[in-house]
Design a protein around this ligand. Structure first.
Ligand SMILES: Cc1cc2nc3c(=O)[nH]c(=O)nc-3n(C[C@H](O)[C@H](O)[C@H](O)COP(=O)(O)OP(=O)(O)OC[C@H]3O[C@@H](n4cnc5c(N)ncnc54)[C@H](O)[C@@H]3O)c2cc1C
Length: 385
């Protein structure tokens, strides 16, 4: 049975002009959900408030395991691969390691997101901001800023950290935001060569967070993110990071966006609406990763609509992703509170990076990573004695 037949069985004949699913937001979460629903034969409409392709402030780091969640060849839109990682403790100490496996893909989000949307069979309408959502027995009515009303049997809220859909339905009212800012900085040839396949993480350059330098082929992405709300001087930290590299950010636009950190299980669905990605608060509180969780939650939402078990969606999200994200936040709390200790006895051990890469590729959870990392720390302490 196709997805359309499944939905017809659930609801009977479709009304004129009604979509099976309306997806609000054309980021990776919405595009992934639209892709899987389209593959199952559903009639899907994506509404996106920006004109596509649109810029999205993001480091654009996607582990190979994140790309594997979708059956596409991403080669045309990967800027470069990070195969070596460099860690620094506020500029005083540096260690670097080669990454196992293919490494981490570096993408520009305008190209990446547009590529994902193009793979879906959805009808796409950009430049349409959703303002209100009303659910009823037979479906969902979405009201757009253009004045139109659109009907769907189901709605997927993939509209990011400041989700209008979540707000309209009274979901995620107590969300916790931190923030990150980023600049796409032109760099001289020697710096582009130095960072060609290397990603830098500098800890303690900002309170409870880190600064990064990621290669993007013809420029560098320099950014800073923090994982608690207070005492975040992100702009100051970004400027310091640029100075360290000998770069000027004069005239370079600096973009920021909230990070909706996952904190605890909470409802991310209502009668006919499912939240995905940042709209559902799916950002890791240790390193700020969100793209992989966006894609994964998009797939879970599509599966849920096709099986009709809407009531089980929030539980499914918690089981499949939320549990891991809770542990990410716990690891973040320990790491950023005891950064010096964790750096000297954990980060400096190459095995810790291998464990983290396993987590990023979905081969282990943060919880499963705790014991091996503790093992690295004990080993380091014993060596000291
Ligand atoms: C500075 C920064 C750096 C980051 N770096 C990384 C990184 O390196 N790796 C990583 O994995 N994660 C990173 N993240 C997190 C990552 O960007 C997000 O987790 C990811 O974009 C979530 O995808 P999404 O599809 O849920 O939402 P988004 O990508 O935010 O997409 C939401 C879409 O919805 C649209 N929209 C919003 N409101 C409406 C509306 N009312 N009507 C219609 N459309 C609407 C928006 O225009 C947008 O296109 C970073 C975040 C920041 C802020």
């Amino acid at each position: 049975m196709t997805g359309r037949q499944v939905l017809k069985e659930q609801f009977g004949a479709e009304a004129e002009g009604m979509f099976d699913v309306i997806v609000v937001g054309a980021g990776p979460a919405g595009a992934a959900a639209a892709y899987w629903l389209g593959e199952a034969g559903c009639r899907v409409l994506i509404l996106e408030k920006a004109w596509l392709p649109r810029y999205k402030p993001c480091g654009g780091a996607v582990p190979a395991g994140g790309l594997k969640l979708l059956p596409f060849d991403f080669a045309p839109i990967v800027q470069t691969w990070v195969r070596r990682v460099r860690y620094s403790l506020d500029g005083h100490e540096d260690v670097s390691y080669d990454l196992p496996g293919p490494g981490v893909a570096m993408v520009m989000r305008d190209r990446f997101d547009a590529f994902l949307v193009a793979q879906s069979r959805a009808e796409v309408r950009d430049g349409v901001a959703v303002e209100a959502v009303v659910e009823d027995e037979a479906g969902v009515t979405v009201k757009a800023a253009t004045g139109e009303s659109l009907r769907g049997r189901y709605l997927i809220g993939a509209d990011g950290a400041n989700s209008r859909v979540a707000w309209a339905l009274g979901l995620r009212r107590a969300r916790i935001f931190t923030g990150a800012i980023e600049a796409e900085a032109p760099a001289p040839a020697h710096l582009l060569a130095e960072y060609a396949n290397t990603g830098l993480f500098r800890f303690r350059s900002v309170h409870y967070g880190y600064a990064w330098v990621f290669p993007k082929g013809d420029h560098l992405s320099i950014g800073v993110g923090g994982f608690i709300k207070d005492r975040l001087d992100l702009r100051g930290a970004l400027r310091r990071e640029a100075q360290r590299l000998g770069l000027s950010l004069d005239g370079v636009p600096i973009h920021g966006h909230p990070l909706p950190i996952y904190c605890y299980p909470e409802p991310v669905h209502s009668r006919r609406t499912l939240l995905v990605g940042d709209a559902a608060g799916m950002v890791d509180g240790f390193i700020g990763e969100g793209i992989r969780y966006a894609i994964h939650s998009g797939r879970l939402a599509a599966q849920t609509i096709l099986t009709g078990d809407i009531a089980g969606y929030s539980r499914l999200i918690q089981r499949e992703l939320g549990h891991n994200l809770t542990w990410a936040r716990r690891c973040g709390h320990v790491f950023y509170r005891f950064t010096d200790f964790c750096f000297h006895h954990g980060v400096r051990n190459p095995r810790t990076t291998r464990v983290l890469i396993d987590v990023l590729n979905g081969r282990r959870t943060y919880r499963d990573a705790v014991w091996p990392v503790l093992g690295c720390i004990v080993e380091s302490l014993m060596r000291g004695i």
